[in-house]
Design a protein around this ligand. Sequence first.
Ligand code: SF4
Ligand code: SF4
Length: 674
Amino acid sequence: MSAERVLFVFVLIVAAGFFSLNVQRLVQYLRRGRDDHRLDHPARRLWNVLRIGIAQAKILRDPVAGPMHAGIFWGFLVLTAGTVELIVQGIVPGFTYARFLPRPVYLAYSASQDAFAALVLAAVAFAFFRRLVLHPRRLDGDKTHHGDAYFILGMIGGLMVTLLAMFAFDGAANPGALGPEKFVSRPLAALLAGVAPATAASVAHTSWWLHVLLVLFFLNYLPYSKHLHVVTSLFNVFFSNTSGPGQKGVMKAMDLEADVEQFGANDVAQLTWKNLLDGYSCTECGRCTAACPANITGKPLSPRKVVINTRQRLMESVGGLPLVQEHAATAVDERHLLDDYITEDELWACTSCRACVQECPVSIDQLEIINEMRRYLVLSESRFPEELQPAFESMERNGSPWAFSPADRGKWAEGLDIPTMAEAFAAGRRPQVLYWVGCMGSFDDRAKKTTVAFARILKACGIDFAILGQEESCHGDPARRMGNEYLYQMLARNAIETLDRYQVRTIVTACPHCFHQLGNEFPQLGGMYEVIHHSTFIERLLEEGRVPLQTEEGQALTVAYHDSCYLGRYNDVYDAPRETIRRALPIAKLVEPERSRDRGLCCGAGGGRMWMEERTGKRINAERTEELLATGADTIAVACPFCMTMMADSVKSREADARVVDIAEVVADRLAPG
Ligand code: SF4
Ligand code: SF4
C-alpha cells in the first residue's frame, strides 16, 4: 500500500471515528429526555419522510428560498453517491461504479454529478446573495447563528468547486476521457486545453484530496453547528406526529396518577427525547416565528427561540460536545429551561394556533414544548396570569369559564321547541344527533344568535336532534390549553359520563374548540363519538339539497372568510365553510385575505388567550381584522364563536363598515319561510 493510501485510510478512520463518537454523545443526550413512543404507523411515517423530507413539500411553500434549499438538499442526496465513489477511490485506486453499473445507468449517474454540482453551486451563490443583499427579516433575531450559516455555505461552495475542478482537470489531463454526459465539466476541460497534462493531472489529484478532506471536515463540523439538521431532519420528520400519525394538535395524554415528582416540564429532562431531537433539527430558518401571531404583533414569544433555547439548554446542561463547550456541566446546573432560557411571559403569549408547527419544514413541534411548560407552571407551581384564576374557579364551580349559572345554559332554546336529551329519553325517543352547544354558544349574547341560527337549520332540514341543556358542561378544553390538566380531566370525564349515559354516537357543534376536543382528544379518556363541525354538516345538507333555501339569489355581498385555527390547521377543514357560503349566497363574491387557509392568521383567542389581557404590542384581532378588511369585503364570515367575538370587537372598535357573521347565520338568513 502506498504511503498516500495509508495516510488517506488513517485520515478516514480518524474522521469517521470522531464523527461516530459525537453521534453517540448526541444520542446519549437525547436519552436525558422522557420516553415517547414514536414507532406506530410506520407506513405513514415513511410517507412523511418521502413527502416532507425527500420531496421537500414544506420547504417549497416558500417560492424564493424553497427552490434554493430544495436544490441544495437534492444535490446533496445525488452527490452523496459520488462522494462514496471518491472515498472508495482513496482506498482502491481507479475504482469506479462503471465497473458494475450497466452503461446507461452509469452515464446517467455521471451526468447527475455534473448537473447537481452546478445546481448546488448556483443555489449557494443565491443563498449568499439573499443573506448579504436581500436580508430577509425572518433570518434575523433570536441569536441566530449568521456566521455559522456563511461558514457552511462557503464549505458547500468549496465542495462543489473542488468537485468540478477535479472533473475538469482530469478531462484536461486525459483528452477524450470525458463523454458528452459531462456537460458542465467537459466545456471546462476544453478551456484548460493549454494546461500541460502532467500539471492538469496533479491539480485534479489535489482537487480530489481537497474535496474528500472537506467532506470529512464538513461531516465533523455538523454536530457543532445549526446545520446538524442535515443529519437529523429526516429522522425528525419520521418520528414527528405533526403531520400525522396521531391527530394533529392533540395534546399529549397525561397520567395524573403517575408517581412523579412534578408534572409538566421546567427543564430538558422533563421534555421527551423527541422534543430534544427537535432542538437538534432546527435550521433556524424563522418560518415559525414569521408566522406566529404573537410575534407578528410584538409579543415576547418566538417559537424559533423556544426551540433554539431548548437545544442550547440541553447542550449547556451536559457540558456540550468537547472541543467547543468550555463550560463544565456543573457551572449551569442551577439553571433551568424555564425562567433562565424561556420566560413565563413568552409561554403565556401563545394562542396555540399551530402556525409555527404548520410552517416548520422539518416537522418540529414547538407547541408541545410550550404546552408542557405551561403544565409545569400551573400544576407544579400554581404560576399563571391572575386573570386565569376566575376562569379556573368558574369552570370548577359552574362548568363554564364564565360565572354564569348552569341553570341558564339552555335558556337560548326557550320557545324554540328543541328537546333536551332528558326530555327525549323520557318520551321514549333516542335522537340521532346531539347538538353540543358549548359555553360561548350557550351564554355569550352574540354567539347565541349563531346557536339559534344553526338550530333553525337543523329543524328546517328535519334533523332528529336534541341538546343537553342544563346537563351540558364545559369539556375542559380551555383548562387543558391553559395548562390545568387536573381540571381538564375532571370536566372531560364528567362530560363523557353524560354523553355515554345518553348513548350519544353523533355530535354536531358550531364551535371548533368543542369539535376538536370532543372528537380528537376525548378518545384519550375513553369518549368515542363521531363529531361533525357545523360547517361540514351544513355543507353536506346543502349538497344533498335538504336545506329549503329561498329561490331568490340573495345579496351580492363581498365576503371574506376567516379560517379558525382549530378548524383549519387542527382539522384540515377549509373547503366546507367556503362551500357553504358559495351555496347559500350564489351571487356573493368570496375573497381571500393575504393569509388564508393553512396560513390563516389566528384571531388571538386560542390557548386560553380569550381570558387573558393583551397588554403588549398590537392586538392580534386588530391585525387580523385589518387584513380581512383590506380585501374590500363588506362581510366577514367566521365559523367559530371565539373568532366571532374577536373579529366583531375589532370591527366595532374601528367603526368599520362591515358586519361579522357566522356561516350558520348566512344560511339561516336564506331559509325559505315556513
Ligand atoms: S402556536 Fe401560534 S402563537 Fe403559539 S408559538 Fe406557535 S405560532 Fe406562535
Ligand atoms: S423550528 Fe422549524 S420553522 Fe422554526 S426556525 Fe426551526 S426549522 Fe425553522
